[in-house]
Design a protein around this ligand. Structure first.
Ligand code: SAM
Length: 288
């Protein structure tokens, strides 16, 4: 029986007396054509190992299991585990893991199971979309692609460039690791219960080598975070306010001037390339 339909979902929920939990961002997809669209856009083959975050009732997991070689489905809500065991009983290639994805280490799991790399596919819980994406992008898990349903405005943040209101630390973290493409938009009627926002599916194809090279990528990321933590401040003020960076306002101003920039610029005007250059210049004051 297909779960990702109005009838299939209603039946499972009532038979298991399951109360949907808002605190876990539970909005189940009940439009089979959208589920198919997401899974199609991940372009899976039987060679692929999928990491699904938040399988919920298992609606999308059923289709992932048919298309991929294996599926690791990480679900935080322990009340959903018996339901998943029932709905996925015929899917022998699915491993259901009851864990918080933010505490789950995909690299260690992949090594233990002999998995070379994952394709992540998920209808993400919206209350922690950004932390989950950061966990995946900033960790060292072997990932080929990430195909996820997110709030439409988060999809826009991932793709936006300098000088726009949506541009920020998430845009740069995504664009440093991957090429983002919006697959489709999804209206609230496709979920039970309906979210208060429009949704979009985004596919991120991970680069083998990043599009820019910074001598110390971790330091560049720290600089980016500091720049957008204090978005309204000038870059020189924002970076010098972060003790972990150990740079003075004057050093940042000098570095910006040596890059041909105004010493009063804000982080939101710098491209990824410029952040990499700034990071290198702040690392080696002799190059100022
Ligand atoms: N995949 C299902 C679907 O498309 O119908 C459910 C998607 S629902 C938007 C998000 C799912 O993520 C829920 O099942 C929720 O319990 C689970 N979840 C929430 N926080 C999580 C976390 N930190 N780690 C793993 N799963 C989480």
């Amino acid at each position: 029986m297909r779960i990702a339909t109005m009838g299939g979902t209603a039946d499972l929920l009532s038979r298991h007396h399951f109360t949907i939990r808002k605190k876990f961002g539970q909005n189940f997809l009940v439009d089979p054509s959208k589920v198919e669209g997401i899974v199609d856009s991940a372009e899976l083959t039987k060679e692929d190992a999928v990491l699904e975050i938040g399988p919920g009732l298992g609606g999308m997991t059923q289709l992932l299991s048919e298309r991929a070689g294996s599926v690791t489905a990480v679900e935080i809500d322990k009340e959903l585990i018996p339901i998943l065991k029932e709905s996925l009983k015929d899917c022998g290639n699915v491993d259901i893991v009851n864990a918080d994805i933010l505490k789950f280490d995909p690299k260690a799991y992949a090594e233990e199971k002999g998995i070379k790399s994952f394709k992540v596919v998920a209808n993400l819980p919206y209350y922690i979309t950004t932390p989950i994406l950061m966990h995946l992008l900033e960790g060292d898990a072997p990932l080929k692609s990430i195909t996820v349903m997110v709030q439409k405005e988060v999809a826009e943040r991932m793709r936006s460039g300098p000088g726009t209101k949506d541009y920020g630390a998430l845009s740069l973290a995504v664009q440093y690791r991957a090429k983002p493409t919006t697959v489709c938009t999804v209206p609230p009627e496709c979920f039970i219960p309906r979210p208060n926002v429009d949704s979009a599916v985004v596919r991120l194809d991970l680069y083998e080598t990043p599009p820019v090279s910074a001598a110390d990528p971790a330091r560049m990321k720290r600089i980016i975070r500091a720049a957008f933590n204090q978005r309204r401040k000038t870059l020189a003020n924002a970076l010098s306010a972060d003790p972990a960076l150990g740079v003075s306002r004057e050093a940042v101003q000098q570095a910006l001037i040596s890059m041909g920039l105004d010493e009063r610029v804000r982080g939101e005007t710098l491209t990824l390339e410029r952040f990499a250059e700034l990071s290198d210049r702040l690392d080696s004051p002799s190059s100022l």
